[in-house]
Design a protein around this ligand. Structure first.
Ligand code: GLU
Length: 303
């Protein structure tokens, strides 16, 4: 096992933009500076949200920007059997139970949690007569999860109060992100997860799931997300500009500036190799300590 194995796991719901580049750059530099590996995983589990051609364009851009990944690219869409096998394992231990509730039924009695309504536990002790399981939920029991994030510090979440029993197999038949990401990180031997702070609230669910499945917990570092003037995360919905292959140096320097690495202005005139060399020798994730979001203000992004 390597001492450090990191990864970047984009969802092909659109092209990479400056916001996604931050997670790519931070995860890459953390891995390389530690002398570790960096794996690439395409999270294409949710067919309605996938944009045809986006996965290929993501790989092309990463290549054009000089990222070098280790081993083959993994596609979640090809790993369904692995997820279902782990779901069966949880079912057999009784941690997973069938739930017949519709979204509407849950919304009518549930209180709001950090990520939608907290499941009120209606089906926890068995399905009411004549009802069929639509989704499969994981019991959270009494779980309170603590973890130390390398950027955001100590975090604690009371899963019972803030999340509730959560679905691993959804009513639409799709495997939930929380399950797939945990199974993949374990199967790929990921030791360090560096990603956007928008996933900070998902992490306790993932730690809990690792415990239930008998996996090791990787180290976590959640870097700030890039937001627009309205405070919204930069995304396809907020019309973030796609990264362009011809602007690799400029975009990488902008990403390094946003990540508070203080790149010198003249790095914009350097070669791609020189930009990466500078980045590797100056990279300090501590510059982001406690920062959850950043705006583009003051940074010349070239877009
Ligand atoms: N696929 C997720 C995204 O693009 C990232 C998942 C992760 O890094 O754990 O937002």
């Amino acid at each position: 096992m390597p001492v450090y194995r990191g990864r970047f796991a984009p969802s092909p719901t659109g092209d990479l933009h400056l916001g996604s580049l931050l997670a790519a750059v931070a995860s890459y530099l953390e891995a390389r500076v530690a002398g570790g590996e960096w794996l690439l995983r395409i999270e294409d589990l949710d067919p309605p949200r996938i944009v045809p051609g986006a996965a290929d364009r993501i790989l092309q851009i990463l290549d054009a920007y000089g990222f070098e990944w280790d081993g083959p690219v993994r596609y979640q869409s090809e790993r369904g059997d692995l997820y279902l096998a782990e779901i069966e394992r949880l079912k057999s231990t009784g941690w997973l139970y069938g739930c017949a509730c519709t979204r509407k039924e849950i919304a009518a009695i549930a209180h709001a949690g950090i990520d939608g309504p907290v499941y009120p536990g209606t089906c926890r002790t068995g399905l009411a007569g004549g009802r069929m399981a639509r989704a499969w939920r994981l019991r959270v029991g009494e779980a309170v999860v603590d973890f130390e994030d390398a950027v955001q510090g100590w975090r604690r979440q009371d899963l019972v109060r803030e999340v509730g029993d959560f679905a691993l197999l959804r009513a639409d038949g799709l495997v939930a992100y929380q399950l797939a990401v945990v199974v993949d990180d374990a199967a790929q031997g990921i030791t360090h997860v560096v990603r956007g702070a928008d996933l900070l609230d998902s992490t306790p669910r993932q730690c809990y799931l690792q415990q239930r499945l008998g996996y090791l917990r990787p180290a976590y570092a959640h870097i700030p997300v890039l937001v627009n003037a309205q405070g919204e995360k930069l995304s396809k919905q907020t019309l973030a500009a796609p990264l362009q292959a011809g602007l690799a140096v400029h975009s990488l320097v902008a990403a390094l500036a946003l990540l508070r690495q203080l790149p010198p202005q003249d790095l914009n005139r350097a070669s791609l190799a020189e930009v990466w060399q500078w980045a590797r020798s100056h990279w300090r994730i501590d510059a982001l300590a406690g920062v959850k979001s950043i705006t583009m203000q003051g940074v010349d992004t070239g877009f």
